[in-house]
Design a protein around this ligand. Structure first.
Ligand code: GLY
Ligand code: MN
Ligand code: MN
Length: 435
């Protein structure tokens, strides 16, 4: 992402918070995986969104109209010895030169400098509750100011930064959309690869390995742990064991997406392990497919956030009723949520820097309207587990979800994941071409 984009975001945020406001963001803490070994470091999404800075132990401060400079970045100093072990650091010079900071100070000096900046502000914008240690430091500094020798000093309001920032993040720029397309393309290619090699006798983790390989090879990481779920495993919504053998005659559900330059894709396809849907599988698949297609059509500017979900519920209820899996009038089945035991999640979520991205789904207690630049997943599913009651045996052990990533545009929408087959016949033809 080019540096101008980050600058533009900081300016937009500072326009919103205005003179007298001060925004503070802390980098994500490092997390121990085992003893002295850490999980791969991943910067906090809000912090990244505004700074592009990927180092831990950093704090960004934005002060609109501050004469000496509006963007202050506290970060680790250069340290030759540490850099030999852990890699290069930007240091304070790098923060100014490469990341557009107007001022940069060693993170070790924050307790001496930040309270003085806070003292001069009226409103502090801060995402409280995200990082306990930093929350406590900040409250300590504010407490010290308020109980100072000269009586009450410093800000009179603390405002949730997330509320302001997440509304900005909900609307993706052209550059963000391009990165999301790229993220989807990498995931699509990995899904195609999976379809091309899938056959009975392989293990789920062997398919997972193809995703990891493709993601890494293309400069990406998983945006969440891949779900590679064959047969009845697909009825466990967050199945990530990925340890079973693939049985001839079963379906496999793969929910896997990547994070490319901080932008997530989130794509699911379900297909027959041997390349041909059985009739009962096809019957359920067609219902989910039609729910997915109808819901995608509803992703357009001016519609409510909930419209894609409502049409998916209708299609799924209609389909289950036509197969005799549930019975009653369509209206009352929907009202009583008869579908819920087979379709127990929502049809989508915002997608962006986080896979379940930020942004309110409701405004003033009403589902918000879709607007250009928003990106959502569309992911209806039907899950009939082996333990489902009152369902014919041939439908048991079938879990199907079809998930696409869809961007709202002025006139219609763009489906980032369009080129990956999702129609039953297209999947069969695609798989046949490899086997
Ligand atoms: N992969 C998580 C989800 O689909 O929401
Ligand atoms: Mn998913
Ligand atoms: Mn999803």
């Amino acid at each position: 992402m080019d540096k101008k984009e980050f600058l533009g975001r900081r300016k937009s945020l500072m326009d919103i918070i205005g003179k007298g406001g001060l925004a503070i963001l802390s980098a994500a803490p490092e997390k121990v995986r085992s003893r002295d070994t850490f999980y791969d470091y991943r910067q906090d999404s809000d912090f990244y969104y505004l700074t592009g800075f990927e180092e831990p132990d950093s704090v960004a401060v934005l002060i609109p109209d501050r004469l000496e400079g509006e963007f202050i970045l506290f970060c680790r100093e250069k340290d030759q010895l540490k850099e030999v072990w852990d890699g290069a650091r930007e240091g304070n010079e790098g923060a100014v030169r490469n990341f557009g900071a107007d001022d940069s100070f060693p993170i070790s000096d924050i307790a001496d400098i930040l309270p003085g900046l806070i003292e001069q502000s009226e409103r502090v914008y801060f995402s409280m509750g995200d990082q306990k240690d930093f929350d406590q430091n900040l409250m300590g500094w504010i407490h010290d100011l308020h109980s100072g020798r000269h009586g009450h000093r410093g800000p009179t309001e603390i405002i949730d930064l997330g509320h302001v920032l997440h509304e900005m993040r909900l609307f993706k720029s052209k550059k963000e959309i391009n990165l999301m397309k790229k993220s989807a393309k990498i995931a699509l290619d990995a899904h195609s690869k999976a379809m091309s090699i899938c056959k009975p006798g392989l293990f789920e983790y062997e398919i997972e390995a193809e995703f990891l390989r493709e993601f890494k090879r293309r400069g990406a990481d998983c945006s969440y742990p891949p779900i590679v779920a064959s047969g009845n495993n697909a009825c466990v919504l967050h199945y990530t064991d990925n340890s079973s053998v693939l049985n001839d005659g079963d379906l496999i559900l793969i929910d896997a997406g990547c994070e490319y330059q901080f932008y997530a894709s989130d794509i699911t396809r379900t297909f027959p392990i041997n390349g041909i849907f059985s009739e009962p599988q096809r019957e359920i698949y067609e219902i989910v497919y039609s729910a997915n297609q109808e819901a995608i059509k509803k992703v357009k500017a001016g519609n409510h956030w909930d419209d894609p979900h409502n049409i998916a519920v209708k299609e799924i209820t209609k389909g289950l009723k036509s197969l005799g899996i549930i019975s009653g009038s369509l209206k009352s089945l929907i009202k009583e949520k008869a579908y819920h035991q087979f379709f127990m999640h929502k049809t989508g979520h915002w997608l962006g820097i986080d896979v379940h991205d930020v942004g309110d789904y409701k405004v003033a207690d009403k589902w918000r309207l879709l607007e250009p630049g928003m990106v959502t997943t569309v992911e209806p599913g039907i899950y009939i587990s082996n333990s489902s009651k009152g369902v014919k045996k041939h439908w048991k052990g079938i879990g199907i979800r079809i998930e696409d990533d869809v961007c709202v545009t002025k006139n219609a929408n763009i489906v980032f994941s369009q080129s990956l087959p999702s129609q039953a016949e297209d999947i069969e033809n695609f798989m046949r071409s490899f086997h």
